[in-house]
Design a protein around this ligand. Structure first.
Ligand SMILES: Cc1cc2nc3c(=O)[nH]c(=O)nc-3n(C[C@H](O)[C@H](O)[C@H](O)COP(=O)(O)OP(=O)(O)OC[C@H]3O[C@@H](n4cnc5c(N)ncnc54)[C@H](O)[C@@H]3O)c2cc1C
Length: 434
Protein backbone atom coordinates (compact mmCIF):
# COMPACT_ATOMS: atom_id res chain seq x y z
CA UNK A 1 0.00 0.00 0.00
CA UNK A 2 1.27 3.47 -0.88
CA UNK A 3 1.87 5.88 1.98
CA UNK A 4 -0.32 9.00 1.90
CA UNK A 5 0.52 12.56 2.89
CA UNK A 6 -1.38 15.82 2.54
CA UNK A 7 1.60 17.54 0.93
CA UNK A 8 4.82 16.17 -0.59
CA UNK A 9 7.65 18.65 -1.07
CA UNK A 10 10.58 17.96 -3.38
CA UNK A 11 13.77 19.58 -2.07
CA UNK A 12 14.90 20.64 1.41
CA UNK A 13 16.38 23.98 0.31
CA UNK A 14 15.09 27.31 1.63
CA UNK A 15 11.91 27.15 -0.53
CA UNK A 16 10.84 23.64 0.43
CA UNK A 17 11.71 23.92 4.12
CA UNK A 18 9.94 27.29 4.45
CA UNK A 19 6.77 25.78 3.05
CA UNK A 20 7.07 22.78 5.40
CA UNK A 21 7.30 25.11 8.44
CA UNK A 22 3.99 26.77 7.61
CA UNK A 23 2.18 23.59 6.59
CA UNK A 24 3.34 21.36 9.44
CA UNK A 25 2.70 24.24 11.86
CA UNK A 26 -0.96 24.15 10.77
CA UNK A 27 -1.24 20.40 11.25
CA UNK A 28 -0.95 19.46 7.56
CA UNK A 29 0.74 16.06 7.14
CA UNK A 30 3.87 17.10 5.24
CA UNK A 31 6.86 15.19 3.90
CA UNK A 32 9.96 16.81 2.41
CA UNK A 33 12.19 14.70 0.16
CA UNK A 34 15.87 15.60 -0.06
CA UNK A 35 18.31 13.75 -2.29
CA UNK A 36 21.30 14.83 -0.17
CA UNK A 37 22.45 12.89 2.88
CA UNK A 38 21.18 15.83 4.94
CA UNK A 39 19.61 19.20 4.04
CA UNK A 40 22.37 21.45 2.73
CA UNK A 41 24.66 18.58 1.70
CA UNK A 42 24.08 19.36 -1.99
CA UNK A 43 23.63 23.09 -1.63
CA UNK A 44 25.90 25.95 -2.38
CA UNK A 45 25.44 29.66 -2.20
CA UNK A 46 27.80 32.57 -1.89
CA UNK A 47 26.29 32.68 1.51
CA UNK A 48 24.16 35.82 2.06
CA UNK A 49 20.72 35.39 3.60
CA UNK A 50 18.16 38.12 4.31
CA UNK A 51 16.57 38.52 7.73
CA UNK A 52 13.25 39.99 6.61
CA UNK A 53 12.18 36.92 4.67
CA UNK A 54 13.54 34.44 7.20
CA UNK A 55 11.71 36.23 10.03
CA UNK A 56 8.50 35.61 8.04
CA UNK A 57 9.04 31.90 8.79
CA UNK A 58 10.92 31.96 12.12
CA UNK A 59 10.45 35.24 14.00
CA UNK A 60 13.40 35.80 16.35
CA UNK A 61 15.60 33.42 14.33
CA UNK A 62 18.80 34.65 16.02
CA UNK A 63 17.53 33.77 19.52
CA UNK A 64 16.38 30.42 18.13
CA UNK A 65 19.94 29.47 17.21
CA UNK A 66 20.19 30.32 13.50
CA UNK A 67 23.84 29.53 12.63
CA UNK A 68 24.85 33.01 11.44
CA UNK A 69 28.44 33.61 10.36
CA UNK A 70 28.58 37.44 10.23
CA UNK A 71 26.14 40.36 10.16
CA UNK A 72 26.80 42.39 6.99
CA UNK A 73 27.49 46.06 7.73
CA UNK A 74 29.32 47.05 4.56
CA UNK A 75 28.77 46.34 0.86
CA UNK A 76 31.54 46.96 -1.65
CA UNK A 77 31.41 47.03 -5.40
CA UNK A 78 34.55 46.54 -7.47
CA UNK A 79 35.04 47.15 -11.17
CA UNK A 80 38.26 45.40 -12.10
CA UNK A 81 40.70 45.60 -14.97
CA UNK A 82 43.44 42.98 -15.22
CA UNK A 83 45.89 44.93 -13.07
CA UNK A 84 43.70 46.79 -10.63
CA UNK A 85 40.30 48.40 -10.39
CA UNK A 86 37.81 50.77 -8.83
CA UNK A 87 36.22 50.22 -5.44
CA UNK A 88 33.01 51.76 -4.18
CA UNK A 89 31.75 50.92 -0.75
CA UNK A 90 28.80 51.68 1.49
CA UNK A 91 28.85 51.21 5.25
CA UNK A 92 26.09 52.33 7.58
CA UNK A 93 25.88 52.13 11.37
CA UNK A 94 22.18 51.28 11.02
CA UNK A 95 23.28 47.80 9.87
CA UNK A 96 24.96 47.28 13.26
CA UNK A 97 21.87 47.94 15.34
CA UNK A 98 18.49 49.03 13.94
CA UNK A 99 18.92 47.00 10.74
CA UNK A 100 21.19 44.28 12.07
CA UNK A 101 20.75 40.92 10.31
CA UNK A 102 19.20 42.68 7.34
CA UNK A 103 21.77 40.60 5.47
CA UNK A 104 24.09 38.01 7.00
CA UNK A 105 26.36 35.25 5.84
CA UNK A 106 25.68 31.58 6.47
CA UNK A 107 27.20 28.27 5.44
CA UNK A 108 24.40 26.48 3.64
CA UNK A 109 25.35 23.05 4.98
CA UNK A 110 24.82 24.33 8.55
CA UNK A 111 21.92 26.66 7.83
CA UNK A 112 19.77 24.25 5.79
CA UNK A 113 20.25 21.58 8.44
CA UNK A 114 19.19 23.90 11.26
CA UNK A 115 16.23 25.22 9.25
CA UNK A 116 15.04 21.67 8.56
CA UNK A 117 15.45 20.66 12.24
CA UNK A 118 13.17 23.57 13.21
CA UNK A 119 10.58 22.36 10.66
CA UNK A 120 10.78 18.86 12.14
CA UNK A 121 9.98 20.32 15.56
CA UNK A 122 6.72 21.56 14.02
CA UNK A 123 5.91 18.07 12.76
CA UNK A 124 7.31 17.99 9.20
CA UNK A 125 8.88 14.72 8.10
CA UNK A 126 12.18 15.24 6.25
CA UNK A 127 13.25 12.19 4.26
CA UNK A 128 16.92 12.59 3.28
CA UNK A 129 18.91 10.45 0.86
CA UNK A 130 15.78 10.11 -1.26
CA UNK A 131 15.54 11.18 -4.88
CA UNK A 132 12.13 12.02 -6.28
CA UNK A 133 12.25 10.40 -9.69
CA UNK A 134 8.81 11.15 -11.07
CA UNK A 135 5.42 12.71 -10.44
CA UNK A 136 2.39 10.45 -10.10
CA UNK A 137 -0.65 11.48 -12.12
CA UNK A 138 -4.25 10.29 -12.31
CA UNK A 139 -6.23 9.55 -15.46
CA UNK A 140 -6.97 13.29 -15.86
CA UNK A 141 -3.22 14.12 -15.67
CA UNK A 142 -3.56 15.71 -12.22
CA UNK A 143 -0.50 15.35 -10.00
CA UNK A 144 -1.36 13.03 -7.11
CA UNK A 145 2.02 12.21 -5.58
CA UNK A 146 5.64 11.41 -6.26
CA UNK A 147 7.71 8.40 -7.25
CA UNK A 148 10.99 7.98 -5.36
CA UNK A 149 14.08 5.79 -5.53
CA UNK A 150 13.27 4.22 -2.15
CA UNK A 151 12.37 0.55 -2.00
CA UNK A 152 8.91 1.50 -0.69
CA UNK A 153 8.63 3.74 -3.79
CA UNK A 154 5.67 5.98 -4.35
CA UNK A 155 4.01 8.44 -2.00
CA UNK A 156 0.56 9.83 -2.61
CA UNK A 157 -0.22 13.45 -1.76
CA UNK A 158 -3.05 15.88 -2.41
CA UNK A 159 -0.52 18.53 -3.43
CA UNK A 160 3.12 18.36 -4.54
CA UNK A 161 5.40 21.37 -4.12
CA UNK A 162 8.38 21.35 -6.47
CA UNK A 163 11.21 23.14 -4.71
CA UNK A 164 14.02 21.15 -6.28
CA UNK A 165 16.24 24.03 -7.37
CA UNK A 166 17.55 25.09 -10.76
CA UNK A 167 19.16 21.81 -11.74
CA UNK A 168 15.87 19.96 -11.74
CA UNK A 169 15.87 16.43 -13.11
CA UNK A 170 12.10 16.37 -12.75
CA UNK A 171 11.73 19.42 -14.99
CA UNK A 172 13.14 17.60 -17.99
CA UNK A 173 11.38 14.35 -17.20
CA UNK A 174 7.91 15.64 -16.41
CA UNK A 175 7.87 18.82 -18.50
CA UNK A 176 6.46 21.04 -15.73
CA UNK A 177 9.15 23.51 -16.69
CA UNK A 178 10.98 23.59 -20.00
CA UNK A 179 14.74 22.92 -19.89
CA UNK A 180 16.44 26.28 -19.27
CA UNK A 181 18.36 27.73 -22.21
CA UNK A 182 22.13 28.09 -21.64
CA UNK A 183 21.64 31.87 -21.71
CA UNK A 184 19.23 31.54 -18.73
CA UNK A 185 21.85 29.82 -16.57
CA UNK A 186 25.11 30.91 -14.99
CA UNK A 187 27.72 28.38 -13.96
CA UNK A 188 29.44 29.37 -10.73
CA UNK A 189 32.34 27.91 -8.81
CA UNK A 190 32.92 28.58 -5.15
CA UNK A 191 35.89 28.07 -2.89
CA UNK A 192 35.79 28.47 0.86
CA UNK A 193 39.13 29.63 2.25
CA UNK A 194 39.97 29.39 5.92
CA UNK A 195 41.89 32.24 7.56
CA UNK A 196 41.80 33.35 11.17
CA UNK A 197 38.93 35.41 12.58
CA UNK A 198 41.33 38.22 13.55
CA UNK A 199 42.80 38.35 10.06
CA UNK A 200 39.34 38.71 8.54
CA UNK A 201 38.50 41.52 10.98
CA UNK A 202 41.76 43.28 10.11
CA UNK A 203 41.80 42.76 6.35
CA UNK A 204 38.17 43.76 5.90
CA UNK A 205 38.22 46.45 8.58
CA UNK A 206 35.26 45.05 10.54
CA UNK A 207 34.50 44.37 14.21
CA UNK A 208 34.11 40.78 15.45
CA UNK A 209 30.79 39.37 14.25
CA UNK A 210 30.41 42.05 11.56
CA UNK A 211 31.08 41.40 7.90
CA UNK A 212 31.48 42.72 4.39
CA UNK A 213 30.32 41.63 0.97
CA UNK A 214 32.26 42.46 -2.19
CA UNK A 215 30.51 42.15 -5.55
CA UNK A 216 32.94 42.22 -8.45
CA UNK A 217 32.59 42.69 -12.19
CA UNK A 218 35.05 43.45 -14.96
CA UNK A 219 37.86 41.69 -16.76
CA UNK A 220 38.04 38.90 -14.15
CA UNK A 221 35.46 36.79 -16.01
CA UNK A 222 37.66 36.52 -19.09
CA UNK A 223 35.38 38.72 -21.20
CA UNK A 224 32.30 36.65 -20.34
CA UNK A 225 29.08 38.02 -18.83
CA UNK A 226 29.66 37.17 -15.19
CA UNK A 227 30.31 38.24 -11.65
CA UNK A 228 32.47 37.30 -8.68
CA UNK A 229 31.88 37.79 -4.98
CA UNK A 230 33.85 37.66 -1.76
CA UNK A 231 31.83 37.19 1.42
CA UNK A 232 33.20 37.19 4.95
CA UNK A 233 32.23 34.32 7.23
CA UNK A 234 33.39 33.87 10.83
CA UNK A 235 36.71 32.16 10.10
CA UNK A 236 36.45 31.65 6.36
CA UNK A 237 35.98 33.63 3.17
CA UNK A 238 33.60 32.54 0.41
CA UNK A 239 35.00 33.26 -3.04
CA UNK A 240 32.64 32.71 -5.89
CA UNK A 241 32.93 33.42 -9.59
CA UNK A 242 30.57 32.56 -12.41
CA UNK A 243 29.52 33.42 -15.91
CA UNK A 244 26.68 32.79 -18.28
CA UNK A 245 26.64 29.20 -19.56
CA UNK A 246 26.26 30.26 -23.21
CA UNK A 247 29.43 32.35 -22.82
CA UNK A 248 31.29 29.40 -21.28
CA UNK A 249 30.24 27.28 -24.27
CA UNK A 250 31.57 29.87 -26.73
CA UNK A 251 34.76 30.79 -24.92
CA UNK A 252 35.90 27.36 -23.76
CA UNK A 253 37.23 28.90 -20.53
CA UNK A 254 37.45 26.40 -17.69
CA UNK A 255 35.65 27.55 -14.50
CA UNK A 256 38.50 26.50 -12.18
CA UNK A 257 41.02 28.45 -14.31
CA UNK A 258 38.82 31.53 -13.99
CA UNK A 259 38.70 31.01 -10.21
CA UNK A 260 42.50 30.66 -10.00
CA UNK A 261 42.99 33.87 -12.05
CA UNK A 262 40.49 35.65 -9.77
CA UNK A 263 42.38 34.54 -6.64
CA UNK A 264 45.61 35.83 -8.14
CA UNK A 265 44.20 39.29 -8.97
CA UNK A 266 46.18 42.03 -7.14
CA UNK A 267 43.10 43.23 -5.26
CA UNK A 268 42.07 39.72 -4.19
CA UNK A 269 45.36 37.95 -3.44
CA UNK A 270 46.23 40.02 -0.30
CA UNK A 271 42.81 39.25 1.22
CA UNK A 272 43.25 35.48 1.00
CA UNK A 273 47.01 35.29 1.57
CA UNK A 274 47.98 32.44 3.90
CA UNK A 275 44.51 30.89 3.73
CA UNK A 276 43.73 27.18 3.42
CA UNK A 277 41.23 25.90 0.87
CA UNK A 278 38.43 24.08 2.72
CA UNK A 279 35.69 23.47 0.17
CA UNK A 280 35.23 23.66 -3.59
CA UNK A 281 31.92 23.37 -5.41
CA UNK A 282 30.23 24.20 -8.70
CA UNK A 283 26.55 24.95 -9.24
CA UNK A 284 24.11 26.53 -11.68
CA UNK A 285 22.44 29.86 -10.96
CA UNK A 286 18.96 30.66 -12.29
CA UNK A 287 19.50 33.81 -14.33
CA UNK A 288 16.60 33.65 -16.80
CA UNK A 289 14.61 36.13 -14.72
CA UNK A 290 11.03 37.20 -15.38
CA UNK A 291 10.88 35.97 -18.98
CA UNK A 292 11.89 32.43 -17.98
CA UNK A 293 9.37 31.91 -15.14
CA UNK A 294 7.25 28.81 -15.85
CA UNK A 295 3.57 28.35 -15.10
CA UNK A 296 3.65 28.57 -11.28
CA UNK A 297 0.95 26.03 -10.47
CA UNK A 298 -1.17 23.38 -12.12
CA UNK A 299 -3.58 20.66 -11.08
CA UNK A 300 -2.11 19.25 -7.87
CA UNK A 301 1.27 21.03 -7.95
CA UNK A 302 3.12 24.31 -7.42
CA UNK A 303 6.69 25.41 -8.17
CA UNK A 304 8.77 27.60 -5.84
CA UNK A 305 12.25 29.09 -5.49
CA UNK A 306 15.00 28.50 -8.06
CA UNK A 307 12.94 25.80 -9.70
CA UNK A 308 10.53 28.59 -10.71
CA UNK A 309 13.51 30.81 -11.77
CA UNK A 310 12.89 33.25 -8.92
CA UNK A 311 16.34 34.84 -8.74
CA UNK A 312 17.27 38.51 -8.97
CA UNK A 313 20.60 38.46 -10.82
CA UNK A 314 21.35 42.17 -10.36
CA UNK A 315 21.02 42.13 -6.57
CA UNK A 316 22.16 38.51 -6.09
CA UNK A 317 18.91 37.73 -4.23
CA UNK A 318 17.67 34.15 -4.46
CA UNK A 319 17.44 32.72 -0.95
CA UNK A 320 14.95 35.41 0.12
CA UNK A 321 12.77 34.73 -2.93
CA UNK A 322 12.96 31.00 -2.24
CA UNK A 323 11.89 31.46 1.40
CA UNK A 324 9.04 33.82 0.59
CA UNK A 325 7.79 31.86 -2.43
CA UNK A 326 7.78 28.75 -0.20
CA UNK A 327 5.68 30.68 2.34
CA UNK A 328 3.25 31.87 -0.34
CA UNK A 329 2.96 28.36 -1.76
CA UNK A 330 2.15 27.01 1.72
CA UNK A 331 -0.49 29.71 2.30
CA UNK A 332 -2.12 28.91 -1.03
CA UNK A 333 -2.08 25.18 -0.17
CA UNK A 334 -3.82 25.94 3.15
CA UNK A 335 -6.54 27.82 1.21
CA UNK A 336 -6.88 24.85 -1.14
CA UNK A 337 -7.41 22.57 1.89
CA UNK A 338 -10.11 24.92 3.19
CA UNK A 339 -11.89 24.78 -0.18
CA UNK A 340 -11.11 21.10 -0.81
CA UNK A 341 -9.95 22.15 -4.28
CA UNK A 342 -6.42 21.14 -5.32
CA UNK A 343 -6.84 22.03 -8.97
CA UNK A 344 -4.92 24.85 -10.63
CA UNK A 345 -7.85 27.10 -9.81
CA UNK A 346 -7.80 26.05 -6.17
CA UNK A 347 -4.06 26.80 -5.93
CA UNK A 348 -4.06 30.06 -7.88
CA UNK A 349 -3.72 32.10 -4.66
CA UNK A 350 0.00 31.29 -5.00
CA UNK A 351 0.45 33.09 -8.34
CA UNK A 352 -1.69 35.98 -7.08
CA UNK A 353 0.44 36.39 -3.98
CA UNK A 354 3.65 36.28 -5.99
CA UNK A 355 2.35 38.75 -8.57
CA UNK A 356 1.56 41.37 -5.95
CA UNK A 357 4.80 40.83 -3.99
CA UNK A 358 8.25 42.38 -4.32
CA UNK A 359 9.37 39.17 -6.04
CA UNK A 360 7.47 39.61 -9.31
CA UNK A 361 7.72 43.39 -9.15
CA UNK A 362 11.53 43.23 -8.94
CA UNK A 363 11.92 40.48 -11.52
CA UNK A 364 9.65 42.39 -13.92
CA UNK A 365 11.58 45.62 -13.37
CA UNK A 366 14.87 43.92 -14.30
CA UNK A 367 13.47 41.69 -17.07
CA UNK A 368 15.76 43.24 -19.71
CA UNK A 369 18.89 43.20 -17.55
CA UNK A 370 20.19 39.70 -18.36
CA UNK A 371 19.85 40.20 -22.10
CA UNK A 372 21.50 43.64 -21.83
CA UNK A 373 24.60 42.16 -20.15
CA UNK A 374 24.77 39.24 -22.52
CA UNK A 375 24.74 41.54 -25.54
CA UNK A 376 27.33 43.99 -24.21
CA UNK A 377 30.52 42.09 -23.55
CA UNK A 378 32.42 45.39 -23.67
CA UNK A 379 31.24 45.80 -20.05
CA UNK A 380 33.59 42.93 -19.19
CA UNK A 381 36.41 43.75 -21.59
CA UNK A 382 36.90 47.19 -23.06
CA UNK A 383 35.19 49.36 -20.43
CA UNK A 384 37.16 48.11 -17.42
CA UNK A 385 40.34 48.33 -19.51
CA UNK A 386 39.62 51.93 -20.59
CA UNK A 387 38.41 53.07 -17.19
CA UNK A 388 41.56 51.57 -15.64
CA UNK A 389 43.71 53.40 -18.20
CA UNK A 390 41.91 56.70 -17.47
CA UNK A 391 42.38 56.44 -13.70
CA UNK A 392 46.03 55.37 -14.05
CA UNK A 393 46.73 58.34 -16.34
CA UNK A 394 45.11 60.87 -14.04
CA UNK A 395 46.81 59.50 -10.92
CA UNK A 396 50.30 59.29 -12.42
CA UNK A 397 52.24 62.43 -11.47
CA UNK A 398 54.76 62.74 -14.29
CA UNK A 399 54.95 66.39 -15.29
CA UNK A 400 52.26 66.05 -17.98
CA UNK A 401 49.42 68.56 -17.55
CA UNK A 402 45.98 67.26 -16.61
CA UNK A 403 44.58 68.83 -19.79
CA UNK A 404 47.03 66.79 -21.90
CA UNK A 405 46.16 63.65 -19.92
CA UNK A 406 42.46 64.24 -20.56
CA UNK A 407 43.21 64.60 -24.28
CA UNK A 408 45.17 61.32 -24.28
CA UNK A 409 42.33 59.51 -22.48
CA UNK A 410 39.74 60.94 -24.86
CA UNK A 411 41.83 59.98 -27.90
CA UNK A 412 42.25 56.41 -26.67
CA UNK A 413 38.55 56.08 -25.95
CA UNK A 414 37.61 57.34 -29.42
CA UNK A 415 40.11 54.92 -31.02
CA UNK A 416 38.50 51.97 -29.26
CA UNK A 417 34.81 52.84 -29.19
CA UNK A 418 32.56 55.44 -30.86
CA UNK A 419 30.83 57.97 -28.62
CA UNK A 420 27.54 57.10 -30.26
CA UNK A 421 28.00 53.41 -29.37
CA UNK A 422 28.94 54.34 -25.81
CA UNK A 423 25.80 56.45 -25.39
CA UNK A 424 23.76 53.53 -26.72
CA UNK A 425 25.27 51.19 -24.12
CA UNK A 426 24.60 53.69 -21.31
CA UNK A 427 21.01 54.18 -22.47
CA UNK A 428 20.51 50.41 -22.82
CA UNK A 429 21.87 49.93 -19.30
CA UNK A 430 19.50 52.50 -17.82
CA UNK A 431 16.52 50.99 -19.67
CA UNK A 432 17.39 47.49 -18.47
CA UNK A 433 16.98 48.42 -14.81
CA UNK A 434 14.51 51.29 -14.82
C1 LIG B 1 27.31 30.06 -6.26
C2 LIG B 1 26.01 30.61 -5.78
C3 LIG B 1 25.98 31.73 -4.97
C4 LIG B 1 24.77 32.25 -4.53
N1 LIG B 1 24.76 33.31 -3.67
C5 LIG B 1 23.61 33.76 -3.15
C6 LIG B 1 23.59 34.76 -2.15
O1 LIG B 1 24.63 35.22 -1.70
N2 LIG B 1 22.39 35.18 -1.68
C7 LIG B 1 21.21 34.67 -2.14
O2 LIG B 1 20.14 35.09 -1.68
N3 LIG B 1 21.20 33.69 -3.06
C8 LIG B 1 22.36 33.22 -3.57
N4 LIG B 1 22.36 32.20 -4.48
C9 LIG B 1 21.07 31.66 -4.91
C10 LIG B 1 20.47 30.77 -3.83
O3 LIG B 1 21.41 29.79 -3.44
C11 LIG B 1 19.23 30.10 -4.41
O4 LIG B 1 18.38 31.08 -4.96
C12 LIG B 1 18.48 29.33 -3.33
O5 LIG B 1 19.28 28.32 -2.79
C13 LIG B 1 17.21 28.70 -3.93
O6 LIG B 1 16.61 27.90 -2.96
P1 LIG B 1 15.68 26.67 -3.39
O7 LIG B 1 15.16 26.09 -2.15
O8 LIG B 1 14.74 27.11 -4.44
O9 LIG B 1 16.68 25.66 -4.14
P2 LIG B 1 17.98 24.90 -3.60
O10 LIG B 1 18.63 25.68 -2.53
O11 LIG B 1 18.77 24.59 -4.82
O12 LIG B 1 17.41 23.57 -2.97
C14 LIG B 1 16.87 22.55 -3.76
C15 LIG B 1 17.00 21.25 -3.00
O13 LIG B 1 16.32 20.22 -3.72
C16 LIG B 1 17.09 19.04 -3.66
N5 LIG B 1 16.66 18.23 -4.83
C17 LIG B 1 16.80 18.53 -6.13
N6 LIG B 1 16.24 17.59 -6.90
C18 LIG B 1 15.74 16.66 -6.05
C19 LIG B 1 15.03 15.45 -6.25
N7 LIG B 1 14.70 15.02 -7.48
N8 LIG B 1 14.67 14.72 -5.18
C20 LIG B 1 14.99 15.16 -3.91
N9 LIG B 1 15.64 16.32 -3.66
C21 LIG B 1 16.00 17.05 -4.73
C22 LIG B 1 18.52 19.53 -3.74
O14 LIG B 1 19.45 18.59 -3.23
C23 LIG B 1 18.44 20.78 -2.87
O15 LIG B 1 18.71 20.51 -1.51
C24 LIG B 1 23.57 31.66 -4.94
C25 LIG B 1 23.58 30.52 -5.76
C26 LIG B 1 24.79 29.99 -6.16
C27 LIG B 1 24.80 28.76 -7.01
Amino acid sequence: MQEEFDVAIVGAGPAGISASHILAGKGIKTIVFERGEYPGAKNISGGVLYGHDLAGIIPGFIEKGCPVERNIVESRLWYLSRDGGYSLSFMDNAFRDRLSFNAFTVGRAKFDRWFAEEAKKKGALVACGTVVTDLLRDADNRVIGVGTDRPDGNVQAKVVLLADGINSLLAAKTGFRSEPKPSDIALAVKEVIEISEDMINERFNVDPGQGTTIEIVGEITGGMDGIAVIYTNKKTLSLCIGANLSDFMKNKIKPYEMLEAFKAHPMVAPLIKGGQSKEYMAHWIAEGGYNAIPQLCGDGYLIAGDSAMLFNALHREGSNMAITSGRYAANAILEAFDKGDFSRNGLKGYSERLQSSYIMKDLKKYRRFNSFRLHHHELFTLFPKLSGFAAREMLTVDGVSKKDKQRAIWKKMKEEFSIFKMLRVVWGGIRSVK
